[in-house]
Design a binder for this molecule. Structure first.
Ligand SMILES: Cc1cc2nc3c(=O)[nH]c(=O)nc-3n(C[C@H](O)[C@H](O)[C@H](O)COP(=O)(O)OP(=O)(O)OC[C@H]3O[C@@H](n4cnc5c(N)ncnc54)[C@H](O)[C@@H]3O)c2cc1C
Length: 478
């Protein structure tokens, strides 16, 4: 019987686990979060349940049936609040997956697992580009605001501005409204012509994703009912306030996202949510040795195999495509990891869904790319790396004056990306500012900020203690 270890209990990981069980593998699912469901099905705490929770989520029934099937299955173990903090490669090609769980200040346990097959479904972080004033209290990433609204029923402010790019701004606006905030404006940086060109192309393909279209229509109706102003080709270019957010300046952006002089407008608000797309959580895939694509996602083949034997990837780490793509990829990854083939009839529907929603993902990527000139709204003293408080002026000066062309030495010179978050928040922005380029930066040393050998902070004491076991199969019976 094949043992499959799944990292991530979001839509992709849960679908992978269910498919691997269906194919007969013993499965263990690991997630650092308190509950399963990932970012999409982030739900209310068990101590404060709501009988109407289903209205807060799309496809809630799909989650409930995945969860119930896996939780009641003795062939599947789900370990939440368990962090994969590192993956090591041995000379013989096997992988050691290092876990930590238990109370950080008390009974922290480390464990090492050597799985037969590994499915990585670690999802994505939401990305917020730096803006002057974005370190003021009252500024949130759109994902954080969404997490608070969905997971705690807390609105981040009374009068909220939502800005950035991509369809994610819609559910965030809706959730803020449901949590009691008044959204005073949504500013989508992509220009209407680009959005129309890519969203309206090949309309027949959208038929296959009709529930996405009706989801979108629901959000538009919400906007209209709430009279929420929605402007395309606009962005927040400065955030104002003394002790906290008091207002923003929005401006028209050109096709590359450079602010158009003379179009600035000030809007009073007490909170701002910034969301400029998503960055895949690649640290474990990079540590496992998986190849990345030019766009910096995990490269997978039609069976969701990565370039590393026995390692599969699914969900937002392979492309930003939303829940349906994550579910379909997860199902195929789990099935094949457990010994099946992607051509098997059992995953035919998943295969079709993957093809359909991969095209949907392409639409999102082409309709909402980050503009090459976004950094023109920065000021010299705009903090870019929040942990180490490195500003845009410092990065620009170092990029200009240093003879170094390696990211590692540039990071050591500026300390950008070396703080607690290890570049999760600022990494891509720092790369772009240091390289002076707008797209995927390429440094002479081949380094990127996706490489984080220690994937999560760990105490020296926990490292020093011997792991609980070193050669366990992933199916963990406590
Ligand atoms: C903050 C945020 C909020 C979002 N909200 C919405 C929304 O409301 N609506 C919408 O349509 N889309 C939303 N999205 C997009 C959404 O992420 C995807 O559509 C979908 O959840 C992707 O599924 P996934 O399984 O690939 O990843 P995820 O759902 O992100 O699941 C990945 C899981 O992996 C776990 N993980 C990662 N690294 C480790 C590790 N080292 N050790 C242990 N566990 C680990 C994480 O805790 C997480 O639970 C959101 C994204 C983000 C980042």
């Amino acid at each position: 019987m094949t043992d499959v270890l799944v990292v991530g209990a979001g839509p992709a990981g849960l679908a992978a686990a269910a498919a691997a069980r269906r194919r007969g593998a013993m499965v263990r699912v690991i997630d650092s979060a308190e509950r399963t469901g990932g970012q999409y099905w982030r739900h209310l705490p068990e101590s404060r349940p709501s009988g109407r929770e289903s209205v807060l989520h799309h496809q809630w029934g799909a989650y409930q049936s995945l969860r119930q099937a896996l939780e009641s299955d003795s062939g599947c173990t789900i370990d939440t609040e368990t962090q994969v903090w590192a993956i090591e490669r041995r000379a013989d090609g096997s992988l050691r997956v290092n876990l930590a769980y238990g109370d950080v200040d008390g009974t922290r346990v480390t464990e090492t697992v050597v799985p037969d097959r590994l499915v990585l479904a670690t999802g994505a972080h939401d990305r917020a580009l730096p803006v002057p004033g974005w370190t003021l209290p009252g500024v949130f990433t759109a994902g954080a605001a969404q997490a608070m609204a969905k997971g705690e029923r807390i609105a981040v402010g009374d009068r909220v501005v939502v800005a950035g790019s991509g369809p994610f701004l819609f559910p965030v606006t809706a959730s803020l409204g449901q949590a009691g905030a008044r959204v005073v404006g949504v500013f989508e940086a992509s220009r209407p012509s680009r959005m129309a060109r890519h969203w309206l192309a090949r309309p027949w393909e959208l038929m296959g994703a009709s529930h996405k279209v009706s989801e979108l229509a629901g959000y538009v109706a919400h906007h209209l009912r709430g009279r929420v102003p929605y402007r395309t080709g606009f962005g927040v270019v400065e955030i104002h306030g003394t002790d906290r957010v008091e207002a923003v300046t929005v401006a028209r952006l050109d096709a590359d996202w450079a602010p158009v002089p003379g179009t600035e407008r000030r809007i009073a608000c007490d909170a701002v949510c910034l969301g400029h797309g998503f960055t895949p959580r690649l640290e474990l895939a990079v540590a496992a040795g998986c190849e990345l694509t030019d766009e910096r996602f995990v490269r997978v083949d039609g069976e969701q195999r990565t370039s590393v034997d026995g390692v599969f990837a699914a969900g937002e780490i392979t492309a930003i495509g939303g829940v349906d793509l994550a579910l379909a990829e997860g199902e195929i990854a789990g099935w094949v990891a457990a010994g099946g083939r992607s051509a098997d009839a059992s995953v035919r529907a998943a295969r079709r869904a993957r093809d359909r929603f991969a095209r949907f993902a392409e639409r999102i990527a082409t309709a909402h790319p980050i503009g090459a000139s976004w950094s023109t709204w920065l000021q010299d003293d705009t903090i870019v790396c929040r942990c180490e408080e490195v500003d845009a002026g410092t990065l620009a000066r170092v990029a200009e004056s240093t003879a170094s062309v390696g990211l590692r030495s540039l990071k050591l010179t500026t300390r950008a990306g070396l703080g607690l978050c290890q570049g999760r928040i600022c990494g891509r922005s720092v790369e772009q500012l240091l390289s002076g380029s707008s797209g995927c930066a390429a440094f002479a040393d081949g380094a990127t900020t996706d490489r984080r050998p220690i994937a999560a902070p760990l105490r020296i004491g926990d490292l020093a203690r011997a792991p609980q076991s070193t050669e366990t199969s992933p199916h963990h019976i406590p």
